[in-house]
Structure formats: structure tokens, C-alpha cells
Design a protein around this ligand. Structure first.
Ligand SMILES: Nc1ncnc2c1ncn2[C@@H]1O[C@H](COP(=O)(O)OP(=O)(O)OP(=O)(O)O)[C@@H](O)[C@H]1O
Ligand SMILES: [Mg+2]
Length: 238
């Protein structure tokens, strides 16, 4: 069990790399594996993760409605409410706001498709993680089985940082499962996609145990005096 609340931030400036898909899947898997209570935060104005959660029947993981400017207080409240893990999805951009979100991370996860365009786009995400002194973990996502570019991508990414030893392959069940607010594990816990998510969570959990805690209570905030915009629970789709 994690000793204090931990924060995973999914970030990459490349659109469509899998940030939202993996945010939702990792949060659900963490809850399933007993690392909860887990909460999700969507900082992307597109609101894809929020919309997915809104059609989800299972209330776990919880959803925290937050905005960039309130993140500090909302994370503080989450810790006080007893959440053990918060998973934050971010928009596909490189902005000061995203850099500030990363400052709350224990680990930053950058899903990256094994394509030249995605590989060329990793630089700014690496820079943000480095500037904030945060461990960055690449996850090769959307890989084709037995394609040489998958291993080439992993090698290329390893020049810039740590690459998760688990590759998430391209399978339609990732998209199909999210249509009604579920995940691949909730459709078929024994399918290959579910096993990849499980293995990825096991790896991230181990990394979180080693991380010494990027988010701390004593950073000056007082959630009780700043409850604005804090909503635990469902919200209307954006
Ligand atoms: N491993 C996968 N196999 C099949 N489809 C996937 C996989 N990962 C993601 N997708 C699909 O790719 C699309 C983009 O994924 P997702 O929305 O998670 O990316 P994103 O990084 O959050 O995008 P954005 O940058 O626009 O927020 C979605 O349609 C999603 O269902
Ligand atoms: Mg997204």
C-alpha cells in the first residue's frame, strides 16, 4: 500500500497518443488492484475523460472536478478525503499550465505511439518533466504486434528517459470499452488488453512506491479555506 497520496500525470504534447485512454484504464486498474480510493482529474478542455466518466455506471474511481488554478487545493482536499491515488489527464499541448500540473506529479507518464511524428514530438514533454525534476516514463501505446518499429520506438525513447517494460498494443477493445464508460478489464478481465493494463499498473505502482512524493501537504495550501470549484462526484458533460 502506498504510504501517502500519490499523483500520476499523463502528459504528451502529441494529440491522440493515448493519455485519456490510459488515464482511465490505469485509474480503474489501480482501484481494482486495491490501491484506492482513486480519483481522476481531467484538465483537458476537450473533457474526454470527464465525458467517459459521466457515462460510467461504477462510481469508482471517483471524479474530481478541478481547474488548473485550483489544482493545489483540490489535491489537498483529495488527500484529506482519504484518496490514495490521483490520476490527472492533460491536454495535448505544452503550456505553463501543464508544467504546473506536472509540478504536482510523483511520476509523469507519456504515452507515445510508435510513429516518427510521435517520437519527434517528445522533446517538450521531456523538458517539462526535467524542469520540474519529475520522473518521466514513456509508454509505447497503439503498437502493432511484431512490428519492428515498436522496438525501434522503445530504443529511440530510451535516449530521452525511462521506457515502461510494457507495450500497449493497438486493439479496438480499448476504444469500444470506453463507449459506455468502461474499460477493457471490465469487458473481459482475461483479454490481452486487460493483461497489458494490469502489467502496466504493476510497473507504475512499483515506481510510485519508489517515488518519494512530489505532492506534499506542507506546501502552504489550506483546502478548508479554498473550497471553491471543488466538486466530488458527477458533473454534466462539457
Ligand atoms: N492501445 C490502443 N488501441 C486502440 N485504440 C487506442 C489505443 N489507445 C488509444 N486509442 C484510441 O486512440 C484515440 C486517441 O486516444 P486518446 O483519446 O486516449 O488520446 P489522447 O492522447 O488523450 O488524445 P488528445 O491528445 O486529443 O487528448 C481514441 O480514439 C482511443 O480510443
Ligand atoms: Mg485526451
Amino acid at each position: 500500500m502506498l504510504s501517502s497520496m500519490r499523483v500520476i500525470v499523463f502528459a504528451s504534447q502529441k494529440g491522440g497518443s493515448g493519455k485519456t485512454t490510459l488515464s482511465g484504464h490505469i485509474a480503474v486498474e489501480a482501484e481494482r488492484q486495491g490501491a484506492g480510493p482513486v480519483a481522476l482529474i481531467d484538465t483537458d478542455p476537450q473533457g474526454s475523460l470527464a465525458k467517459w466518466w459521466n457515462v460510467r455506471k461504477d462510481p469508482q474511481p471517483a471524479f474530481i472536478q478541478s481547474v488548473f488554478s485550483n489544482l493545489f487545493y483540490d489535491l489537498d482536499s483529495a488527500r484529506e478525503e482519504g484518496f490514495r491515488l490521483v490520476v490527472i489527464d492533460t491536454p495535448p499541448a505544452v503550456t505553463r499550465a501543464i508544467s504546473e500540473v506536472v509540478s504536482f506529479a510523483d511520476i509523469v507518464v507519456a504515452p507515445t505511439r510508435p510513429s516518427p511524428h510521435d517520437l519527434r514530438a517528445v522533446g517538450p514533454t521531456v523538458d517539462i518533466a526535467e524542469a520540474r525534476g519529475k520522473p518521466l516514463i514513456f509508454v509505447v501505446n497503439g503498437a502493432t504486434q511484431r512490428a519492428r518499429i515498436t522496438s525501434e520506438a522503445a530504443v529511440a525513447l530510451s535516449q530521452h528517459g525511462t521506457v515502461a517494460p510494457v507495450t500497449v498494443h493497438h486493439r479496438v477493445d480499448f476504444a469500444a470499452a470506453m463507449i459506455d464508460g468502461r474499460t477493457v478489464m471490465e469487458i473481459d478481465p482475461f483479454c490481452q488488453s486487460a493483461q497489458e493494463v494490469s502489467a502496466l499498473w504493476t510497473y507504475l505502482y512499483e515506481r510510485l512506491q519508489r517515488a518519494d512524493g512530489g505532492y506534499r501537504q506542507d506546501e502552504g495550501g489550506n483546502a478548508a479555506s479554498n473550497p471553491h470549484n471543488r466538486v466530488f462526484g458527477r458533473r454534466a458533460a462539457q
